[in-house]
Design a protein around this ligand. Structure first.
Ligand code: ATP
Ligand code: MG
Length: 545
């Protein structure tokens, strides 16, 4: 009789002990039936047996083409799940219909045929993350595109993630310096802010973003540049520029080019974001550039139309707002409990014929914390960066400006607005009063002083110096075509003879009053030297000692 042992054992301990003593007779003899011995052997066999069941759910391709596949028989697949096709290609389940699953393919559809097997993987799309990605150029799934071998990291992150909640965040209060005078003064960007760069084609949008990345050289900010739907030649030029300016070592470039399938272009920004989030969640400050979200929206539109989702305004699907809002919500500044890291996002949107009220521009404007609006007319007139100070705003960046920059930059916006109005008005009148002439003269100098060539980001001290000189009207007597020389000379002169003043400024010493007056006195000295040098044809600073 078997005793019902505790713990669910089939055989009781007494029988096991007895079994050890029992012996089986050899062949030829009538065997005694020994239940306990047989039981022991069965138990031995069962011990190594894996009885866990593994049911792989498989379906079949019903239809394929244009980078998508309709699959039958995968009733339990979930939205966003990775599916594996017979030829090794993966796809993502996007449409869950009654009889079919609509999947987008993350590779070429040419090797997939009707009737092929498709299996669920139970996973969602991931991308490798970690410091191994710095200096690398990868595709939307994190596969390397440069010649530097595999990406050595064991870490990975889900591409699609929910943004951090309210309690995990804190307000933006530290500046992210772009090194571009006009931006740092008029539309300052804070760490964790989402600032849109918007403008027609060829207005310097990419240039602004790239200069901002280059300016992070010594700031400890890791950068991710996501190129969506761009020509490969443009991207390779950009990568070599970043390398040339020493910016690649802290930057990852995520590429889904114009020739890549729409699903990869659709995924690229989320992948780039996941890569940046890894650093943010480890307490670092990060910057991500999405270049550009108009092409991203177009890729998503073609994907949705192929999936037979109903088209809405401008043929975009109904969830086009959510496409960008869930991406840009992932930017922000984490609270100290969450490490205090930040993710600053610079999405780029291209407008057609300066139409800011088109569907995608208005959507993204409403999601972001401000925009930098670039104009074709200004760009063609040589005002570069071609920022429109009236239409550009920064809703949170002001809180992140240093007190010196804030007090110096305050009058620029109104001065420029007045100048623009006067300039348009005075075109038709030849006889202007002294006050108008004066204001025009001042406005022209501000416009000139805010010009900046590419790849020449400036330090905050230098920006403050130049802006202080121009806003306090110390450049009003300088000819327009000498402003650039004046600016260069002023910076060098301060470096050479007024280092202590710059150090004082740098140390966060409250601006205004004393320091401002001492700086102004030195700028005036330089201006007098400059004018004297110009009159006498001598070099600036020769007799400054
Ligand atoms: P696209 O719409 O094609 O993406 P974009 O708006 O990104 O264009 P960029 O490619 O950045 O514009 O710039 C267009 C051209 O203007 C480039 O040749 C670039 O070198 C030049 N450019 C941009 N910014 C400046 C600047 N500050 N000073 C001088 N040239 C500039
Ligand atoms: Mg561009």
């Amino acid at each position: 009789m078997m005793s019902g042992g505790a713990g669910g054992a089939i055989f009781g301990p007494e029988l096991e002990a007895a079994g050890e003593r029992l012996e089986f007779d050899d062949v030829g003899e009538r065997q005694k039936f020994d239940a306990a011995g047989v039981g022991l052997r069965i138990k031995e066999k069962l011990r190594g047996l894996d009885v866990s069941t593994h049911i792989e759910e498989a379906g079949r391709v019903h239809q394929t083409g244009d980078g998508i596949a309709r699959v039958t028989g995968l009733q339990n697949a979930v939205s966003g799940e990775l599916l594996e096709f017979e030829n090794g290609i993966t796809g993502i389940a996007m449409n869950l219909e009654k009889d079919y699953i609509g999947a987008v393919l993350l590779g070429k559809d040419s090797g997939i045929h009707e009737g092929d097997f498709v299996v669920r993987t139970g996973r969602v799309a991931h991308v490798p993350v970690g410091d191994a990605l710095l200096g690398r150029v990868v595709d939307a799934l994190g596969h390397p595109l440069d010649q530097k071998g595999p990406v050595h990291t064991t870490l990975s992150q889900r591409i699609e993630r929910i943004a951090h909640g309210v309690l995990a965040r804190k307000p933006v209060n530290t500046p992210l310096l772009t090194g571009i005078k006009a931006i740092d003064a008029i539309v300052p960007i804070g760490r964790g802010q989402r600032q849109l760069i918007i403008g027609d084609r060829q207005t310097g949008k990419t240039a602004l973003a790239v200069d901002t990345i280059i300016n992070q050289r010594d700031s400890g900010v890791n950068c991710v540049y996501v190129a969506i739907g761009q020509k490969n030649s443009t991207i390779s030029g950009l990568v070599s520029t970043l390398g040339e300016y020493g910016a690649l070592r802290y930057t990852t470039v995520v590429v889904a080019g114009a020739s890549d399938a729409a699903p990869l272009q659709y995924l690229a920004p989320y992948s780039g974001c996941a890569i940046a989030e890894y650093w943010m969640e480890r307490g670092l400050d990060t910057l991500i550039v999405y270049d550009d979200l108009s092409k991203h929206a177009v890729a998503y539109r073609s994907l949705s139309l192929l999936m037979q989702r109903p088209p809405g305004r401008e043929a975009y699907p109904g969830d086009i707002f959510y496409l960008h809002s869930r991406l840009l919500e992932r930017a922000g500044r984490l609270s100290d409990d969450f490490g205090g890291g930040s993710l600053t996002a610079l999405p780029i949107v291209e407008t057609l014929g300066s139409d800011m009220s088109a569907y995608i521009p208005t959507n993204v404007i409403s999601i972001t914390d401000g925009q930098i609006y670039l104009e074709t007319e200004a760009f063609n007139a040589g005002i570069r960066p071609a920022i429109n100070p009236g239409l550009s705003v920064s809703r949170v960046g002001g809180a992140a400006q240093t007190s010196a920059m804030k007090s110096i930059a305050a009058p620029i916006r109104t001065d420029l607005a007045q100048y623009r109005e006067l300039a348009a008005f005075s075109q038709f009148s030849s006889d202007l009063d002294a006050d108008t002439r004066d204001r025009l003269r001042h406005g022209e100098r501000i416009v000139e002083a805010l010009k900046q060539p590419r790849y020449k980001p400036m330090s905050l001290d230098d920006e403050i110096l130049v802006l202080l000189a121009v806003t306090r009207r110390l450049m009003d007597g300088i000819d327009i075509d000498e402003i650039a020389d004046f600016e260069r000379g002023l910076i060098t002169w301060f470096e050479l003879w007024n280092r202590p003043l710059l150090d004082e400024l740098h140390s966060g010493y409250a601006f205004g009053g004393d320091l401002e007056q001492r700086m102004l006195a030195q700028i005036k000295r330089f201006r007098d030297e400059f004018e004297a040098g110009r009159a006498g044809g001598g070099a600036i600073g020769d007799d400054a000692q």
